[in-house]
Ligand binder design. Sequence first.
Ligand SMILES: *Cc1c(COP(=O)(O)O)cnc(C)c1O
Length: 218
Amino acid sequence: MTVLERYEEIRSRMAKAAREAGRSDEATLVAVTKTFAAPDIEPVLAAGHRVFGENRVQEAQGKWPALRAKHDGVELHLIGPLQSNKAADAVALFDVIETVDREKIARALKAEMDRQGRRPRLYVQVNTGLEPQKAGIAPDDTAKFVSLCRDGLGLPIEGLMCIPPADENPGPHFALLRKLARESGVTRLSMGMSGDFETAIGFGATGVRVGSAIFGSR
Ligand SMILES: *Cc1c(COP(=O)(O)O)cnc(C)c1O
């Protein structure tokens, strides 16, 4: 199958999952293009898709300015860890930053947004499995952290994002993220990847991040 055929298949599986969950709204597909270059991405852009995710600021800087020059209306999401010294570049390049996970980075983003006059929408990443090697706010600290970002710093926090532990049933993690969003007063839920996006849609994902199922293995 070509990239475009796999893209179309993911779209129809998403629609089916939404129907089966009794949802009238559709989740946004964030097509994750990390490690892939323009020749793989172009067919999806040509088909009209506009929402993409990258996990590294520098890698995204290397390919997206040229792709954006050719295609209007691209919405680029940062879905990987962000260091404070990259906050300026991230604010300049991304439309959505899904990985706000500590006060230091929240403050760095605030300073850069004020300086650049650009306001990417933000998500707080939650470490639902409390995995030591994984980024994210602990579930118990999420509502307080969202409040600090939104009410304390005035940041445009839209939702929560999680990456469940690879070896666990993701359902309980998606349910937890949904509950934390409700408690935190945000409405967007970025959850679900190639292996579990249909499950995530069943649990109310508003955005799924799918890479390898469209572009191939990395
Ligand atoms: C790579 C990545 C994805 C996409 O993963 P696939 O399994 O290739 O769909 C989703 N979310 C994050 C945070 C990623 O880094």
